[in-house]
Design a protein around this ligand. Structure first.
Ligand code: ENP
Length: 266
């Protein structure tokens, strides 16, 4: 009856399995967590309720059970480049995006909703944000975003897509609406913005223009030390894995002999 995809099959096994994967292998530094209790708290946020009346605060117990420190200087906020961020952050080894925290990891790529007057999950369909914003998934990410921003400290990184239609810094958006307002200014030394274009994509937005300018002005007005870099090299190297021959992917302008072609014999 809803327009969105239904609950991911085997949701309970996936969430509990991911929880053990995270605390035992991905990030054992978080220490002991009660994965079955975390699942119960997650489920109780939305089961047996109208699927359009789920609020961020319904996930409060889930968050408090799964919360752990976020290392300073490791936070990575983003818009419109989920798969790139997944590889770049490397499950918390390089950066710790929301999906690399325990609470974000548990929901990443999944879909879920319940139904009124039933303790069952709805595997057929779930409401989209257009149908109702107070749905189980949207409210989960709102609560997770708020918590992640509140616990981020040191140098904050923001990876934006300069080829995104509508601009690199979307408004409304999770970063604009739930993350920036919840950053703790006294714990933050700097905000580093990276605007990276898709290799074969258009250059829609850059540092100092359009929506990125709006973002820079907003953060400056809030009193943050802000820097912005276009096509940051480390991220470019990662994107270039898939486009080694694109002109944006030459390693340097003075290419070494091997790249210039064979040396003529005369
Ligand atoms: P999209 O629309 O590019 O990608 C949404 C996909 O990313 C969904 O598969 C979602 O999992 C997963 N995801 C991972 N982290 C988040 C998240 N954090 N979030 C919503 N979805 C997330 O992403 P958005 O909507 O622009 O959100 C980007 C935001 O994530 C940025 O604010 C960034 O700073 C933040 P699922 O379970 O829905 O399938 C917050 C909201 O970390």
């Amino acid at each position: 009856k809803w327009k969105g995809e239904g609950t991911t099959l085997n949701l309970e096994s996936i969430v509990i399995g991911r929880c053990y994967d995270y605390i035992r292998l991905v990030n054992p530094a978080v220490g002991e967590k009660n994965c079955s209790e975390i699942w119960e708290a997650f489920k109780n946020a939305f089961i047996n309720k109208d699927p359009c009346s789920i609020l961020p605060k319904d996930y409060e117990l889930f968050i408090s059970l799964s919360l752990h420190p976020i290392p300073p200087n490791k936070s990575l906020f983003w818009e419109n480049n989920q798969l790139l961020v997944n590889s770049f952050a490397d499950r918390g080894r390089r950066y710790m995006s929301l999906a690399d925290t325990l609470f974000g990891f548990l929901g990443d790529f999944l879909n879920w909703c319940g139904q009124a007057n039933s303790t069952g999950l709805d595997y057929e369909s779930c409401p989209t944000t257009e149908e109702c914003e107070n749905n189980a998934v949207e409210s989960f990410w709102r609560m997770a975003s708020i918590t992640y921003a509140q616990h981020s400290s040191g140098v904050i990184h923001v990876l934006l897509n300069g080829s995104a239609v509508g601009g690199a810094y979307p408004q409304p958006g999770f970063f604009a609406d739930y993350e920036i307002p919840n950053l703790q200014k006294d714990k933050i030394s700097q905000i580093v913005i990276w605007v990276v274009d898709d290799i074969e994509g258009p250059d829609v937005d850059s540092c100092g223009t359009h929506t990125v300018k709006v973002l820079e002005n907003r953060l400056n007005t809030l009193g943050y030390d802000v820097t912005c870099t276009d096509n940051y090299k480390s991220v470019m190297f990662l994107l270039c894995l898939d486009y080694p021959d694109d002109s944006k992917c030459t390693l340097s302008s003075s290419a070494p002999a091997a790249q210039r072609g064979p040396v003529s014999s005369d």
